[in-house]
Design a protein around this ligand. Sequence first.
Ligand code: ADP
Length: 309
Amino acid sequence: MENMNEIRLFCPATIANVACGFDVLGVCLDTVGDEMLIRKSPIKGIRITKITGANLPLETTKNVAGVAAQSLLDSLECPYGFEIEIYKKIKAGSGIGSSAASAAGAVFGINHLLGSPYTQTQLIAFAMQGEALASGAPHADNVAPALMGGFTLVRSYTPLDVLSLPSPEHLFATVIHPQIEVKTADARAVLKQQIPLAKAIQQWGNLGGLVSGLYEKDYDLIARSLEDVIVEPIRSVLIPGFKEVKEAALKQGALGSGISGSGPSIFALSKGKEQAIAVGEAMQRVYTPMGVAFDIHISRINSEGIKIL
Ligand code: ADP
């Protein structure tokens, strides 16, 4: 693998804000993701030379892949540069980490082509610089699971401390993406800055329970813990049909369901693939009569993260 000049990657979609893990817990998907090609170039710096599947800027400073890649390059002396091609499959603004896939892919690929000078935590920090472009603030809850795979928990930003949690092998995700726009600014504006102590207690009880459930492979505990009493009640009003979709998923036997990222995608977690498919069908039966178009993704948990193709 020495003298490797180019690398082709699968850059997975991710679910952030997993129920009680608002802003800290993310999980990596397997069946939906972008492809990226990164190659060394004699011209220094970063150039995005091709984007298919989405109308996104090629300018390095306006694309999260470019910003993330540049922040990595700025940190070392490199006698050459890189060209990036992005084959977009994850729709931007869907709530399943479209920008994060590009930011994470760019830094992962370049690090690999440089002979892996950086640790995973350092790569998360560079990818976060890209994310800052998409959302105004650097956050790790999508780039961390994209880079590390599985479930990740951002324990702290200063210093950056991201934990990798185990994912029980029968755990599957269903994601339904209704084709409606939820502006990230609105999703943020509705949040309250203060929370009642009683709600905080419920939330950290659930988050602890969920983490334990993942370690113990205790699906009932996971199901009891997949509950967000703080953000979901407020944000879900921005997503038409949210309550009905969630109810349909739970009635069909999902372990839990909630808003993916800042929406409008809604996720459910289930035990077993058949169950996850049935849950997806139940979710569809809510949106179809409402005349809402949607995409559906069924995926096992991707424990590897980004893959070299
Ligand atoms: P999602 O809701 O899927 O997480 P994001 O919040 O990740 O979507 O970000 C989408 C925003 O980032 C859009 O405004 C988009 O124009 C911008 N953006 C810039 N570069 C990229 C890129 N390479 N991939 C996706 N989105 C990008």
